[in-house]
Design a binder for this molecule. Sequence first.
Ligand SMILES: C[S@@+](CC[C@H](N)C(=O)[O-])C[C@H]1O[C@@H](n2cnc3c(N)ncnc32)[C@H](O)[C@@H]1O
Length: 217
Amino acid sequence: MADQATVSKNTYAKGDRYYGKAAERYERKRKKQDWWHVEHEEMGRLLDQLPKGLKVVDIPFGTGRFVPLYRERGYTIAGLDASHEMLGAAERALGSEAFAACETTTGNAMALPYSDGEFDLLVSTRFLRDIILFEDAKKALAEFARVSRTYLILQLGEAIEGGRVPDGDEVWHSSMSADMNRELLSSHGLEIEEKRLVKEEADINSRIHHVLCRKVG
Ligand SMILES: C[S@@+](CC[C@H](N)C(=O)[O-])C[C@H]1O[C@@H](n2cnc3c(N)ncnc32)[C@H](O)[C@@H]1O
């Protein structure tokens, strides 16, 4: 059983830091991380299992890092991000032709401007587990489940051993066990089809996966 102290209370959310220079540097800095590239490969493997030509929405869109994967598969692409400056960085990173192929919107993941089941697939990475507080992550998850008709790929952390449900004013991180995550997803009518490991840090009792979910309810 893991020492509960390894899943420390963390109430520092990073959601409002993606403006100005931070937006400009975002991708340049992240590309130096090994797991950035693992995330890309594992995203491609999951997308390969889905039909071609899907209507996808990526939230938060950030620099639109998975757009090349979506375009290779003939997807219709939408993206939402709270920061218009991140969308500007996306345009510079992707190039104007690829960016123009995406319908991008500034908005809040906790109150999406989309109708129920508007998309076949919703993708969300580097967000629910580390950018917002757990009370907001639950709201965003409800919104994600609402706007996707069939599939979701969510980046989630889980405790390797033990686990506990975070307080609403904490960041989710990898505090919950695999079963706790499964239960939360199930309460939104989501069933896990496959998990692909993108980062493991045993010293902090953390595994991070891309989780492919299917809507069943
Ligand atoms: C770590 S980046 C992740 C971007 C991208 N998904 C990725 O994997 O690189 C976090 C993003 O969340 C956006 N963000 C923060 N709070 C948000 C909110 N409430 N609604 C939508 N986007 C938000 C930030 O502007 C930033 O672009």
